[in-house]
Design a protein around this ligand. Structure first.
Ligand code: OVV
Length: 401
């Protein structure tokens, strides 16, 4: 016997929910393993078990019909689909294999020393004219400044136009949601930002060394086609900037509001990577992605028919007490955050995660050298996005050691 799943008429992408999705996450997890969101006509998973299961079962939950609300089976995508994010095997395989190697921990070793030094230089510069304490906005001064200092260079982008990266990403991540005001606000600049991004993917535009050149070299070897190369570069520019910025904002906010955890990190710098992953679990900079069912799927006695959109609440799964225990809402370096779905899971799991972790390790390590204590110096303000959990502003006071 099967029955209809529980329903909710919540607008999961309204300003009120985006500003604080935590109560909705709780309600959706409690409502059941699957909830029909009538307003969007999608089926929502908010528990870790179902989100994890959908992420690893790419055969039943496809990405090729889009990982946003739009169903590519019936709606034309606004940009050519990503060969990574919006593809399934076998089309996904070669692009994934190529990029995974280029962004592997082994390949990143040659960047490590330089990035650690760059982080020290940035932190020294930011703290330069302070006395024993410095006030700054951690979003612009650190979370944006550091990735923008190291990542475009690592890709091999020209200097000109880099200011387009964050607005492009912001609009792109909005477009995974419904066509609400956030999308409408980005619309006037979308063509310009998209054209700039696409233009940076050409071989002639990219530096002779870097992730971009590495992707083109893979085309020369025949590992991918020359037609695939620019789209794979585009994935780096699409997914590689806003995500890390908001991940860094998350970890800085976490430490500013959990001074005991900062103490702990200062006592053991090796915790920097765990701290970042715990912040990714705790805040889930990427809150949601969709899948599309490729067959009728039965979940806990409810049937989701073929061709329907599944909304996976990564942020809700990452705080599901069924998986994380009663203190799931706590930011805690003593926790083992592995198994969080903030980077996804399975075949599509974030291919840039080692880049993100290296950026975080470099920045946090540089900060621990100079900062004894950090605390909020004013009201933190959210930046609303249909997909990203982001800060607009994080005023902090840093007490220097
Ligand atoms: C994970 C992600 C986010 C946004 C864009 C892409 C990937 C892409 O491959 O274009």
């Amino acid at each position: 016997m099967t029955s209809k799943p529980p329903v909710s008429d919540v607008d999961a992408f309204s300003d009120v929910i985006l500003a604080d999705p935590i109560p909705m996450h709780h309600a959706l997890r409690e409502a059941g393993p699957v909830v029909h969101l009538t307003r969007h006509d999608v089926f929502a998973f908010a528990r870790h078990e179902q989100v994890h299961a959908a992420l690893v079962d790419w055969q039943s939950f496809q990405s090729a019909a889009g990982v946003g609300m739009a169903n590519f089976r019936t709606e034309k995508p606004w940009r050519p689909p990503s060969l990574l994010l919006e593809a399934d095997p076998p089309r996904h395989d070669a692009p994934r294999r190529v990029l995974q190697k280029i962004l592997s921990p082994r390949a990143l070793r040659k960047l490590r020393e330089g990035w650690l030094a760059d982080a020290v230089a940035l932190v020294d510069q930011v703290l330069a004219d302070g006395g024993s304490e410095v006030e700054l906005d951690a979003v612009s001064a650190l979370a944006e400044a550091f990735p923008l200092r190291v990542f475009p260079d690592a890709v091999g982008l020209p200097e000109e136009g880099r200011e387009h990266l964050l607005p492009y990403g912001d609009h792109l991540f909005n477009t995974f949601g419904p066509q609400n005001d956030l999308v409408a606000k980005g619309q006037p600049r979308a063509a310009e930002l998209s054209a700039w991004t696409d233009a940076q993917c050409a071989r002639e535009v990219l530096a002779a060394e870097g992730f971009g050149a590495d992707i083109w070299a893979a085309a020369d070897r025949g590992d991918i086609t020359p037609e695939q190369a620019p789209l794979i570069v585009r994935s780096l520019l699409s997914a590689g900037v806003d995500t890390t910025v908001h991940g860094l904002s998350a970890v800085l906010h976490a430490f500013a509001t959990h001074p005991d955890q900062w103490e702990r990190l200062r006592g053991d710098n090796a915790l920097a990577r765990v701290a970042f992953d715990e912040a990714v679990r705790w805040e889930s900079p990427v809150q949601t992605f969709f899948r599309t069912t490729t067959r009728d799927i039965e979940i806990a006695g409810h049937v989701i028919p073929d061709g329907h959109k599944i909304l996976m609440f990564l942020g809700a799964a990452n705080r599901d007490p069924r998986r994380w225990g009663a203190d799931a809402d706590r930011f805690d370096l003593a926790r083992d955050p592995s198994g969080h779905v903030g980077f996804g899971m399975g075949l599509h799991q974030c291919v840039g995660q080692h880049v993100a972790r290296l950026e975080a390790e470099a920045l946090l390590t540089a900060l621990t050298r100079r900062v004894e204590r950090l605390e909020p110096a004013g009201p933190a303000r959210r930046h609303l996005n249909n997909t990203l959990r982001a800060w607009e502003s994080l005023p902090l006071r840093l007490h220097l050691s």
